[in-house]
Design a protein around this ligand. Sequence first.
Ligand code: ATP
Ligand code: MG
Length: 318
Amino acid sequence: MLIALCSLKGSPGVTTITVAVAAEWPRDAERLVLDADPAGGALALRFGLSVTPGLVSFAAAARRNPDPALLWNHTQTVSGGLRMLTAPSNGRHAQAALRALVAASGGPVLERAARAGRAVLFVDCGRMDTGSAAEAIARRADALVLVAGTEDDELAALAARLPELAAWTPRPALVLSGQGYATGEVERELGVPVLARVPRDPATAATLAGRTPIRRRRAGGLTRVAAAIARALATTTSGQHTSPPLPIGAIPGVPPQHLRYPGTLLPGPPHPAPSQPASPARPGPKNPPPGGNHPATPSAIAAPGPENTNLAERRQQR
Ligand SMILES: Nc1ncnc2c1ncn2[C@@H]1O[C@H](COP(=O)(O)OP(=O)(O)OP(=O)(O)O)[C@@H](O)[C@H]1O
Ligand SMILES: [Mg+2]
């Protein structure tokens, strides 16, 4: 199974949530976190690992031998049994290795590695700019988890790219972080369900950044949300071609959401939202404030602009 995670703007915590979800994934799987951020790897520095073996050595090996099992020879193991494929912190070197890997003979080697046995590959694709060196990997994933902050500029970037990225994989999912707009507001404006909201949890985040062993991490909110995301992905990606995914509201630990498209995590382009009350939503039992600093003003999310035309049009229709 191949699970790609990415952001679109800022640093909403993709690397942290990638490690967190992998750490919470059932231990009977062979779990591997791949550092595929075209801006440069972070895992080697964070976890005190070597850059070699890693992405560069694997990309070179894959050019000579297309056997996907070779991947495991280039990984390193951290506490808790989690494997990691490290990458150079120099973005140009990381990009060169990613492009070499994608072009390796024998077809998509990561995809083939992810199909073997009980392997689950968690790929940190970093910020998914247009033309990203990690795009080909994300497009071949079983699930693509988009991690987005909740400030105006982050949501504008999300709205602009969401339809495109949601069509890349059979199981796209949206995860929010940050102290900005409430989850319900974002769902209403974008017309898509949110899989989870990552809480601010500096202690657990520090552990997941390698500062203390993963097996000794605190059972904070970040851990609980990562476990819920892992459960949701494990459920929806196993037998993905035969059974429909679990509705979000049925996932333990993830607050019930208003599903726009029941039976999917985030299925395709946003549609016009159902008619909403004219007044902005207020925090309440179904729309708890996530520590947000902003008043809940849909129009602020849907600020008109060339990159945000759909939202602006939808707002006018109300
Ligand atoms: N839920 C959280 N609570 C508190 N701090 C967090 C949380 N998630 C991440 N952090 C911290 O925020 C910083 C950025 O996180 P991270 O590196 O995961 O973001 P990123 O999206 O991968 O960024 P980049 O685009 O630079 O790779 C790190 O110092 C991390 O420890
Ligand atoms: Mg990162």
